[in-house]
Write a protein that binds this ligand. Structure first.
Ligand SMILES: [Zn+2]
Ligand SMILES: [Zn+2]
Length: 367
């Protein structure tokens, strides 16, 4: 048992670990962030990275009354929450080991995590004001930090990285300063420009708002989605909506037409997606859970396209199999059970050659 810390700030809802570290730093009286990072994580670096390392060191020393474990921290206070549901078990373990106990200076994220986190901290002006009114300090909301989230899912306001009046940055890329009050470094109040009511939102605004809500839903529900559930439900929905031919080929033209009909070129541009890139093999790109790096944005848009929202996708109880309801008849003419309904289960596998998926028979039961 290591020495317990004398105090640690109670985490706020959806607070990023950088913000927690910084709030500890301010209260600790340490002269520089390097000392604070070493104190909390036993790591020597001058930079507060996007992702934490060696969280076990911190968790073991937190005041007991906080009941904070490493896993709780990762799920609720790190940006990894948007990556976890789309990683294979193997990939998850590799990354979690680094989050829990890596003490070297290797950069997490360059190998398995795609670069979807904003370099500068992003803020919703209304969240800044409300948090300050409520807690007498501001903090970093995780959901605002992903590049393709451009509006606050609660207030629908555009996120900012710089002061709208003087252009001063509201953070630096090393995490060495973070806003504690809703003012820029020159003293400009950041709440003046906030919009009270979004009147007649455009399609693009609505698209960005839905995406922000869906990202928030994913990071708030990391235990409800994983790559197996994603894969299975996506294939079932592809089949149910007629995007799979009987031989298992994607009917790409149909999928592409529908997908790019729902998400216009202008909408996709606002989140950094190229509609020309998406115009061929769209069905495969949306579903490509084996790809590296993962494309969380495309997976989320795929769920929106097929189920209106990620929440709708996760809560849908889908029972339609690509091959209809079982049991299924055996088609092997050499089998003594040829044409008898003896197959109780099937497993859907996406082959390495990609466009084809095969059925493999899992459980054979004698009738
Ligand atoms: Zn907000
Ligand atoms: Zn300013």
């Amino acid at each position: 048992m290591k020495n317990e810390l004398g105090f640690f700030p109670t985490p706020y809802e959806d607070e990023d670990f950088r913000s927690l570290t910084y709030r500890y730093h301010i209260r600790s009286g340490n002269l520089n962030i390097t000392k604070t990072i070493e104190e909390l994580f036993n790591i020597k670096t001058h930079r507060l990275a996007h992702f934490p390392r060696n969280l076990d060191y911190l968790a073991e020393r937190l005041p007991e009354k906080l009941f904070l474990t490493t896993d709780y921290f990762i799920a609720n206070h790190t940006l990894l929450a948007l990556f976890l549901p789309f990683l294979s078990l193997d990939e998850r373990e590799k990354i979690l080991v680094e989050f829990r106990c890596a003490s070297d200076r290797s950069e997490i994220g360059t190998r398995l995590l795609s670069p979807i986190v904003s370099t500068l901290v992003r803020y919703c002006p209304t969240c800044l004001i409300e948090d300050f009114e409520r807690f007498r300090e501001c903090y970093i909301h995780r959901v605002h930090q992903y590049n393709f989230v451009t509006v606050c899912p609660v207030h629908r306001f555009n996120l900012v990285t710089h002061c709208p009046k003087c252009g001063a940055p509201l953070s630096d890329s090393f995490g060495r300063f973070i806003l504690m009050e809703p003012t820029c470094s020159c003293g400009h109040y950041l709440g003046d420009g906030r919009r009270v009511e979004v009147e007649s939102p455009t399609q693009i605004q609505l698209f960005n708002e839905q995406l922000a809500r869906d990202v928030k839903f994913v990071i708030d529900n990391v235990d409800k989605l994983n790559v197996e559930i994603f894969k299975e439900k996506m294939l079932r929905l592809y089949s149910h909506k007629g995007y799979l031919a009987s031989q298992g080929m994607f009917i790409n033209t149909k999928f592409s037409k529908g997908f790019l009909g729902l998400f216009s070129e202008e909408m996709l541009q606002t989140v950094g997606l190229d509609s020309i890139y998406l115009s061929n093999r769209t069905a495969l790109k949306v579903l490509n859970f084996n790809g590296r790096p993962k494309n969380q944005l495309l997976h989320i848009l795929g769920m929106e396209y097929l189920s209106q929202s990620v929440k709708g996708f996760i809560s849908s109880e889908f029972t339609t199999s690509p091959f209809g309801a079982g049991p299924w008849s055996c088609k092997n003419t050499y089998c003594p059970d040829y044409n008898r309904f003896v197959i109780q289960g099937i497993k859907v596998v996406l082959t390495k050659k990609l466009n084809i998926f095969l059925e493999s028979l899992l459980v054979l039961a004698v009738a």
